[in-house]
Design a binder for this molecule. Structure first.
Ligand code: SF4
Ligand code: SF4
Length: 438
């Protein structure tokens, strides 16, 4: 039996233990880096390495991981895409690739139907599967590698193409002019780093809160809090570009690295060492992905800063007689372990009753907006945001608080879909700012 096992589907009996021992240790929220744009520029070559087309086109460690899958189904149980009826099960992706790798090396997985494009686009990159896998398989890495292939061959629908064109032309997903990014904040008296060169903190506003009218309300709330606590801060102004988080997750690695290098240089030139960010996606990318490209600043999520301001007595939160539940954004909770700060902030409001959802903390369920999903549509039986909103309603809360502008977009969209009126969706900064006396 021992002699024939490597050639049977029992091979995982050996490889699963081996994979647990040697699986690369990297932050959960960090995607693999297939090439370095900076090194390519130094070498004078702009030819990216060929993208993955076969199941054998992965690194030796990724190939070993495919063999290690025990088909236990834990990843499928927690997958929001699977729960919503989308064409994706991470278990099936890993099993199909493993089977193909053992039997048909050299065959194109797309033309052979081992991988379907709909499977790849259905993933929200919430990392619930990665977190649940007992043998440390990183399912997201295979998905993003194949997405890179689709992007490099321009196999994109209109929405995805428009998203990438907008970023290429205007450095934001909306395709709006750069000068509109933060002129409205400057009109409110918020200083840029040029106007306040001694700022202790850089407040990173992010595309969603720079351009989207609903997102802007979160930035307004943050500015009110920062001013109330007398925080010495400034914004980058029109030098701020998209962090590239959704660009990378859509599979456009070159554009992501270009944005990262430019943003890192702008922050370095501004001379600030601490960056406050209220978007959980920007937070994860700054924290886990930018250091590889030279970032040296400290990244602070706004819930962490607000919590610290309250603890040190610089911010006095008023009362709020409401029942509130809190949704942990995947990029903040599961991927980066920021669980206590948001709850401490909410509990600081006198009269506020904090009610936890069934799936919470590290086991939180996605809002449906990650993996660039907010920028395109995926066929599904029930929206991921609706599933999560129903869990929030079960708590009896009347406010669904979040800590990421993309969660707001997804939950407000879910409410429009169902016509629900029980819940108001608010960022924690909005909850706090509404309790502050002017
Ligand atoms: S990252 Fe999330 S959506 Fe994607 S396969 Fe894993 S559990 Fe499913
Ligand atoms: S959780 Fe891991 S071992 Fe289990 S089916 Fe999914 S990929 Fe395979």
């Amino acid at each position: 039996l021992v002699a024939v096992t490597p050639y049977t589907n029992l091979v995982h009996v050996f490889t699963s233990g081996f994979n647990v021992a040697i699986a690369p240790v990297k932050p959960m929220g960090k995607l693999n880096t297939p090439f370095s744009l900076a090194k390519m520029a130094e070498a004078g070559t702009y030819e990216a390495p060929p993208s993955a087309r076969r199941s054998s086109d992965f690194s030796p460690l990724q190939l070993l991981a495919l063999d290690a899958c025990t088909n236990c189904g834990r990843c499928q149980e927690v997958c929001p895409a699977y729960a919503s009826g989308r064409d994706l099960s991470p278990r099936v992706v890993v099993q199909d690739l493993g089977r193909d790798m053992r039997g048909n090396e050299g065959v194109d997985v797309f033309t052979k139907g081992v991988i379907r494009e709909t499977e790849l686009w259905a993933c929200t990159m919430c990392n619930a599967c990665v977190s649940a896998c007992p043998v440390f398989i990183d399912q997201v890495d295979y998905i993003v590698d194949y997405r890179r292939t689709l992007v490099s061959e321009n196999r994109l629908d209109g929405k995805k193409r428009l998203f990438l064109e907008n970023i290429a032309r205007n450095n934001n997903p909306f395709g709006l002019p750069q000068r509109e990014r933060q002129s409205w904040l400057v009109d409110m008296g918020v200083p840029t780093v040029k106007q306040n060169p001694g700022a202790e903190y850089l407040y990173w506003v992010g595309c969603q809160s720079s351009y989207d009218p609903r997102g802007r309300n979160v930035a307004r709330a943050m500015v009110k809090i920062l001013k109330a606590a007398r925080v010495n801060f400034a914004i980058l102004g029109n030098d701020e570009l998209c962090t590239g988080e959704p660009v990378r997750r859509m599979g456009e690695e070159g554009r992501f690295q270009e944005l990262a290098l430019k943003n890192i240089e702008s922050i370095r030139r501004a001379g600030v060492k601490k960056v406050i960010v209220h978007c959980a996606h920007c937070f994860n990318t700054f924290l886990n992905e930018y250091p590889e490209f030279g970032a040296e600043f400290q990244v602070i999520h706004h819930t962490q800063l607000i919590s610290e301001l309250i603890r040190s007595g610089r911010l006095r939160v008023g009362g709020l007689d409401q029942r509130v539940t809190y949704h942990d954004p995947c990029n903040l909770g599961r991927m980066n372990g920021v669980l206590d700060a948001p709850r401490e902030v909410l509990k600081s409001a006198a009269g506020l009753e904090l009610l936890e959802m069934r799936r919470t903390g590290l086991n939180s369920f996605c809002c449906g907006g990650g993996g660039a999903n907010v920028w395109y549509q995926v066929p599904e039986r029930k929206k991921i945001g609706v599933i999560r909103m129903e869990e929030a309603k079960e708590t009896g809360a009347n406010i669904l608080s979040v800590a990421c502008p993309f969660c707001i977009t997804m939950f407000e969209d879910a409410m429009k879909t169902t016509g629900d009126t029980q819940l108001l969706v608010k960022d924690i900064a909005e909850v706090v700012s509404e309790t502050l006396t002017e």
